[in-house]
Design a protein around this ligand. Sequence first.
Ligand code: CP
Ligand code: NVA
Length: 460
Amino acid sequence: MVEAWEQRIHPERALERLAEERRPARQVGSGGWFPRNEQPRDAHHRGLSLGRKKGGTAGADASRPFGPDSVHGAPAGAGRPVDVRNRRGFIMFEASAASDPQPVPRPTPNLTWVQPQSDPFTDAVAPRAISLGGASTASYPTFTISARLQGRSVLTDTDLTHDEIVEVLDTAVRLKKLRRSGQAHGYLAGKSLGMIFQHPSTRTRVAFEAGMAQLGGQAIFLGVHDLQIKRGESLADTAQVLSRYVDGIVARVAAHSDIEEIAAASTVPVLNGLSDRCHPMQALSDLLTMQEAFGGFAGRKIAYLGDGNNMVHSLLLACATMGMSVSVASPERFQPDPDVVNHARWLGAASGASPEIVITDDPMVAVVGADGVYTDVHVSMGQTDAATRAVALAPYKVTTAIMNAAKPNAVFMHCLPMHRDQEVEAAVADGPRSIIFDQAENRLHLQKAVLLHTLCSTVA
Ligand code: CP
Ligand code: NVA
């Protein structure tokens, strides 16, 4: 009867049933019972019998079917008062009772009769099981991308062309929609990502780890203290070994030369999760956020105030590639690398949008006409001159007055983590123009897009 019921309301389990039925089965009697001498010790009580267990559907107490919530000592032949909810036994109980013309005996007066919560025969639409794996594995919506980034590394912002960035952003938008609508998208099933991190991380790490899981793959976090790097194994040897195990490597490194060494030795794509020179995953994610906030890039301007560090290097290169103007205000000794600035000017010119790339030491000059004001910590990971920086960079704090000098609807941006009232006034960071948590969320969608493009092995 249970089988008939299952076939009626669980047609998708037909294959599972076939596989299970091919397994050697214990002999059962005509009514689905084990031979009498093999029956559970009190299964012969009228009105209660136990369903055969099938993998994955048994409740937590299935291994002790006569567990603490059952009542011992009821006289043989008496219907036993027992909470049968969430048990397969419940189904058999109902089936027996329904087919038995004799009324179910009433419980003894000092016990409580527990009514089942629902009737599985009339309540057939109620979900009772979640199918995992096998023939019932979800299929995903067709998702077509170009193969041009397949197998490629992203070490710096200039590793992607304008058109490639456009495609990655488009993929991120589509993945964001799939996630928001709850549609599974495990396109990287079976893929693994090795993650070598020399510095701590919240966003980069979790976005890659959660992103790989959402894409059906797996991420393996490898803090340098866990690797044999700690005992002197070279980055190059580590990269060669990891390449034999995983399909891609993310590295967050103190020195940019380290990620170049990893990439040179690796045979799988290497993604930069931050180096002292640049932070391309953050800048690409910020492009996604700016696209959402501004509706596009051409004619837009971002002003960056603060240390001329890895973050502003990536913003200069990424924004210029997309044709956006960037003005940077930093004290002279903490301005961005002139080579990066020149490169950004060249990329801006090549974009055809003629963006302006301006470096100044005056924050008020930088923010005029800006659609967004961006800042970052004044002391980056690995920097040791904290006191000098604190003094020199204090005038570059993003304040309400600074925000008011930008465009009326200008947004505030920060890659995070931030120090309220150091590089940004708390009222700005937590104010209505702040889009910092949208930026943080977009790390997930953008990094998933980069993973999909670089690690995919089958392209429709
Ligand atoms: N913005 C950023 O990269 O954050 P984490 O250091 O937390 O990864
Ligand atoms: N410039 C910062 C960015 C952190 C995401 C740093 O390198 O510490």
